[in-house]
Write a protein that binds this ligand. Structure first.
Ligand code: ADP
Ligand code: MG
Length: 350
């Protein structure tokens, strides 16, 4: 039923992935501030054994007294992946099951959330040699469709857009300029958005790669590869049951969110700062929708940003949502990591 806003935790899976230290972080003797303890738990700002010296009085007390206590906070999630996990492992433990829900007729969405450099694009897109979860999910989708081909016919179309500075741009057709959103029954349609029919996952991977070259990327002080845009990849599946001719269209959305770091932390000023605040607007709106869903509220503020308007029919209700929170293990991003863990913890209550 359309009115069923279930708000049960079964609808949102929250997964945390901690990437390995980069070469540079290792060379800089970075401290590990988040550890994947087991399949469910991460410890933020873990306490190290040597600090116990303080309690044994074997160190200069004055100095150690000034030292900040490690937080040593435990966080539990549906699934936790450490630095050794491959994209294959992450796929197996995150989006593999979502394909079944999609083919059962439910709109589904997958997000990667986290600060710039935390591993969102690595997780979502990966590379040709080591594809990310989007490619792997599509391979699985094609396999499952093939298994049902006696009962159903399928047509697949994909679109790829970005929300940048609260403007929607078609990544498969960048010359089309800013696109507008139009209310369309339960959801929102993007006027003029290109829908590409695809026949296999390799075709899709090429599209994704081309689309990524059209993304708005602006180097900021904190990371030259920083991406300030939300990339929204959507798969539309039209399925027809042969026996009765019934047709249904379902949608799977996979979203590589903009970096969640604060504008202030990246030294943004002027035009950059406006960008920052607009990105915060979409991320903030997503956070508010997640909060409202988590609280089981009737009013979900989807209208507050382009991103949440786009995802109105793919979040909450009977939709299956997977959020992957990406984390860097290094101390340089201490605050971002803590903020990501808090955001992810909030999402867990949906
Ligand atoms: P984001 O999209 O969140 O800004 P990226 O996915 O671009 O971050 O990752 C930042 C850097 O770290 C890239 O060079 C990427 O190849 C590397 N990286 C990220 N995650 C992993 C991982 N799990 N294993 C190895 N390298 C990774
Ligand atoms: Mg990225």
């Amino acid at each position: 039923p359309a009115s069923a806003m279930k708000g049960s935790s079964a609808n949102m899976k929250v997964i945390v992935r901690v990437r390995p230290m980069s070469k540079r972080e290792t060379e800089n003797n970075s401290r590990v501030i988040v550890e994947a303890v087991d399949e469910k738990m991460v410890v933020f700002d873990p306490k190290k054994e040597e600090e116990d010296f303080f309690f044994h009085g074997s160190k200069q007390k004055g100095r150690d007294m000034l030292k900040k206590q490690n937080k040593n906070t435990q966080y539990l999630f549906d699934r936790v992946f450490g630095p050794e996990a491959s994209n294959e492992d992450v796929f197996e433990g995150s989006t593999k099951n979502i394909v079944t829900s999609v083919l059962d007729g439910y709109n589904c969405s997958v997000f990667v959330y986290g600060a710039t450099g935390a591993g969102k694009t690595f997780t979502m897109l990966g590379s040709q040699d080591n594809p990310g979860i989007t490619f792997r999910t599509m391979v699985n989708l094609f396999t499952q469709m093939d298994a049902q081909k006696d009962e159903k016919t399928f047509e697949i179309g994909v679109s790829y857009l970005e929300v940048y500075n609260e403007t929607v741009k078609d990544l498969l057709n960048p010359s089309s300029g800013a696109l507008f959103l139009r209310e369309d029954g339960a959801g929102v349609a993007v006027a003029g958005l290109k829908m590409e029919r695809i026949v296999d996952p390799d075709h899709m991977f090429k599209l994704l790669e081309n689309g990524n070259r059209n993304r708005s990327q602006h180097p900021t002080d904190s990371n030259a590869e920083s991406s300030r845009s939300h990339a929204v990849f959507q798969v539309f599946i039209k399925m027809k049951t042969k026996a009765n001719g019934q047709t249904k269209v379902v949608k799977l959305s996979m979203i590589d969110l903009a970096g969640s770091e604060r504008g202030a932390a990246t030294g943004c000023t002027g035009a950059r700062f406006k960008e920052g605040s607009n990105i915060n607007k979409s991320l903030l709106a997503l956070g508010n929708c997640i909060n409202a869903l988590a609280d089981g509220l009737r009013h979900i503020p989807y209208r507050d940003s382009k991103l949440t308007r786009l995802l109105k029919d793919s979040l909450g209700g009977n939709c299956q949502t997977v959020m992957i929170a990406n984390l860097s293990p290094a101390h340089q991003t201490y605050e971002d990591t803590q903020n990501t863990l808090k955001y992810a913890t909030r999402a867990k209550t949906i």
